[in-house]
Design a binder for this molecule. Sequence first.
Ligand SMILES: *[C@@H]1O[C@H](CO)[C@@H](O)[C@H](O)[C@H]1NC(C)=O
Ligand SMILES: *[C@@H]1O[C@H](CO)[C@@H](O)[C@H](O)[C@H]1NC(C)=O
Ligand SMILES: *[C@@H]1O[C@H](CO)[C@@H](O)[C@H](O)[C@H]1NC(C)=O
Ligand SMILES: *[C@@H]1O[C@H](CO)[C@@H](O)[C@H](O)[C@H]1NC(C)=O
Ligand SMILES: *[C@@H]1O[C@H](CO)[C@@H](O)[C@H](O)[C@H]1NC(C)=O
Length: 418
Amino acid sequence: MLSTALFSLALALPALGAPEFRKRDCAGTSPKPIKNIQLGPRPFWLIDQLEDGPLKEKLESCTEMKMKPSAWSISHRGGGTLQFPEETHGSIMAGTRMGAGIQECDVTFSKDKSLVCRHSQCDLHTTTKVVTIPALNAKCTTPFKPAANGTAASAKCCTSDFTLAELKTLCSKMDGSNPNATTPAAYLDGTPLYRTDLYAKTCEPILTLREFISLVDGLGLQFTPELKTPEVSMPFPAGSNYTQAAFAQQMIDEFKAAKIAPERVWPQSFLYADVLYWLKAEPAFAKQAVLLDESADSAPFEYSVGNLTKYRDAGVKIMAPPLPYLVTVKDGSIVPSAYAVEAKRLGLKLITWSLERSGWLADKSHGGYYYTTVANVTKSEGDVFKLLHVLAQDVGVLGVFSDWSATATYYANCFGLF
Ligand SMILES: *[C@@H]1O[C@H](CO)[C@@H](O)[C@H](O)[C@H]1NC(C)=O
Ligand SMILES: *[C@@H]1O[C@H](CO)[C@@H](O)[C@H](O)[C@H]1NC(C)=O
Ligand SMILES: *[C@@H]1O[C@H](CO)[C@@H](O)[C@H](O)[C@H]1NC(C)=O
Ligand SMILES: *[C@@H]1O[C@H](CO)[C@@H](O)[C@H](O)[C@H]1NC(C)=O
Ligand SMILES: *[C@@H]1O[C@H](CO)[C@@H](O)[C@H](O)[C@H]1NC(C)=O
């Protein structure tokens, strides 16, 4: 029984000189819902940075509130991603303690077609220590190559390069790599300065989708599995019956096998064909299917706005573009974008991503990609709340994916969004 056999801390002592303190074992006590939600100092510090005005006053009025989990606060890669290795038990527990009401697993497959949680099919070289294990590095799509003669170090290691048993030997790390590395060990050293390795020395194994479901079910939360766009051609291997549709079906089948009600599941994909497949084959699960949209990164914004009609007509209910697609600046203030206005007109619901992924807002990056369209008015760390306020009150999003769930949870509690 998976639901009663999860995640105790392993007691086994590490071998002398081993780099890991302990490896988490996926067997043991069953998780229970967390009622004592703890937001830590960050939301309070961000409010302190916010310029004076009605929004700051309102947020300050909530400092002594008892905080509750909110489905408006959606974990991105676990929700503790700012400080914990992503897509792991550690990140999920951190996001859950910070009140995330919906938990994300990005779903991809092993060589032997087991479903596992990783943000991308081919990020093992930056999210695990695989390149430092010669026997496994050799199996990578592109094994580690040191930096040389002005060319950056490189590697490409995919979940589909390994069996589940091999994947289960890996330890997760903070996402990042050092392009100047001349050794595999040096390549691992690339955590951005605004994140930390503080929680990354213990060994957090890769979770299977089944373990994720069991954990999140035990925590009493909702699920948002994202079918990751494969980086190998489908069917995999060529000529097999493991088609894209079989993969899309397999993800839903795991929820059915665990007897999870479709109302608790928000399946996502960037591939329109996946959502069309679910609409046809799994209508109950498709009611909350989420079509992720990054089309305006590579084509005119007007096309993305124009295509919303087509999606609505096909039965898509929820679109999920990144934060910058939903907002723009008018007369010095953040306002809904043409995309947000059109989605509302069409009756499409919106979810957006990813808050707390930018690092600093007040430096010259102005929050980078996720603040592109509001960079001109992004000047203080507290401006994250100005963005959230427009998303909540003017755009009316269903929820916000976040790398540090506390910030969105604080806003949601303060404004009664559950
Ligand atoms: C770098 O350049 C040197 C001299 O041209 C050459 O011997 C060496 O093989 C090059 N290294 C790589 C990794 O390309
Ligand atoms: C890599 O080397 C370049 C050139 O020396 C330097 O500018 C850059 O900061 C280095 N990057 C890292 C991550 O160490
Ligand atoms: C695909 O083929 C495998 C055997 O190679 C079989 O076990 C499996 O049931 C097949 N799946 C479907 C969806 O036909
Ligand atoms: C979106 O719209 C543009 C312009 O009409 C079109 O070329 C493009 O194929 C559309 N994209 C999708 C995914 O339908
Ligand atoms: C920001 O301001 C500059 C200068 O006023 C302007 O050229 C630019 O278009 C603005 N960018 C955005 C995204 O509004």
